[in-house]
Design a binder for this molecule. Sequence first.
Ligand code: WTA
Length: 646
Amino acid sequence: MRDDDLALNTRGPADERIEPPASFVEQANVSGADVAEFEHPEDWDRAAALLEWTTPYDAVFDEETMEWFPGGGLNATGSCLDRHLDRRKNQRALVWEGQRGETRTYTYLELYREVNAVAAALRSLGVGEDDVVTLHLPVVPELPVVMLACARIGAPHAVVFAGYSADALAERMNTAGSAVLFTCDGYYRRGDAVSSLTRTETACVDVEGDVTTVVVDRLGSDYTLGDEDYQYGALRDAHAGETVDPVERAATDDLFYSYTSGTTGAPKRVTHTTGGYLAYAAWTSHAVLDVKPRDTYWCTADIGWITGHSYVVYGPLALGTTVLLQEGGTDFPSRRTPWELIERHAVDVFYTSPTAIRTFMKWGPEYPERYDRSSLRLLGTVGEPISPQAWQWFYEHVGGGDCPVVDTWWQTETGGHLLATLPGVHDMKPGAAGMALPGVSAAVVGEDGTPVGPGRGGYLVIDTPWPGMARELSTGERWAGRTEEEAPPLSAFEWAYPTGDGAFVDEDGYVTILGRVDDVLNVSGHRLGTMEIESAIASVDGVAEAAVVDVDHGGSRGLFAYVSPTDNSPDADSLAAAIGAAVENAIGRFARPDEVVVTAELPKTSSGKIVRRLLTDIANGEEPGDTSALRNPEVVGEIESSIFGD
Ligand code: WTA
């Protein structure tokens, strides 16, 4: 969606209001009375109280430095592991379901031992406090183990989503100055073994300086280790039984870096802190996802993205629950998979994405209905707007009308949920994400930076700091990747973070998200920058210019690339193939355009700016908007006829 579509998207509040089931309200972690008064910032004490501190903090928030819990000391694994040993050492912490039908479980004691051995191994490799360790792994138990081992010794981890290519991995390692990489010999893609050793080798060649690589044996393939390489299992075994005292970190010290896409061609690195982030991940897991220690909790996100960090690893483990991990994705090996897992593991809380829910809808209600789902207590969704229809389907056919559905709006930069309904407190409105959580304040502003009234579309801004905010938001980069000049004027606020999303708010304060309004695309839950993809396409021989837009394929989103060639009569098929390959090499398979349209020219304004809004309209099969300001209006008709015929 583009800026000028905001007004068009103005809608009334969601029609329906659904009260949370009384049976849920009675047992909810957070009640209306708990949050009736929530003073900012002092009541964020409650989030910090969910953690184990080794040095008490001096203040909850320092307005001057914008630091959370300054003076405080803790180690993330103290909260996620050590303190659980007293009461739940034999409780399962992780249950992993592999694509080959394997199951591996770790009790809290076993996870503690595993993390200690790997922490000792990291030390033996010379990794010290503040050295950045890169992880490029699919959803295997080793991924959370290494994350926690890094946290234990105070080495920030940087997980690079396993779908990223060698070039993208090398670029991220260089940005972080990281010299240690944990990766694997390969992975399974829909049951087929795919080797990733060549990718790792290629990436390491492009990293400045020497790289120590630790290879997790996922495929059991035969490979020769280089001088600087280690086999994960052997390295861990060499340190089995060792314990490593958790290093005390300042609350404001870095816990990890996460990579996402911003509005520039370069990857956007986001820093999360040890105290503020962890307190916020734990608090929102407790208050919004209602996670309890006796639960089996399943969040289907890949750990490579922020949702997996906050709501697969840190939040749920801080609360001492049992976390289900699944390698294959909810649609593999079969349509029965999600429901079989929910039945077999008696899952209490199921947190997934609108993309997955739309797929479940296509398969039909008979799949979930054939399985016992009576263990479910709460359902959640994240990543993109959910339509009222998909919301209702999830509520009725998965939750049986008994489980609240929380639609959680947040971002890599926010660390945890900011907009959602509190499941034991608020009525739900299908299609609206919910209200700003207690202690959080959001506003929808117009072009002039002042709040617009209920029902009017505008830019979503968050106007009060919160503990999970990325470090960059307090150290200057408050403008969602834009320069201060480019950001909408926000003089109405003392401090504000423009989120890059369009939204409207209704009379009751429920926010409905309309989508991104900057050059970031959200494709099936993957965040991609148009600049990143366009520069990969422009590197292909024969491409003069490119513009990518996202397209709605009946509810699921995909990518459309428009390309103008240098040559008058290019071979469109081979150009499209070269473009697909270039994007796959520069970023990864997941960013490949679904469609490449070759056109003599791209529609431009008189100042030469590509008008992506028109290209989005065409890709979505809609009547293109006003073309009168174009210097080449005729190309719009030409593009339409090249796609749809005359
Ligand atoms: C979108 C993922 C509507 C939004 C946690 C945001 C959503 C971007 C929702 C962040 C939701 C996330 N409803 N849209 N419940 N949750 N988004 O950084 O556009 O990968 O800006 O974080 O996803 O994506 P990111």
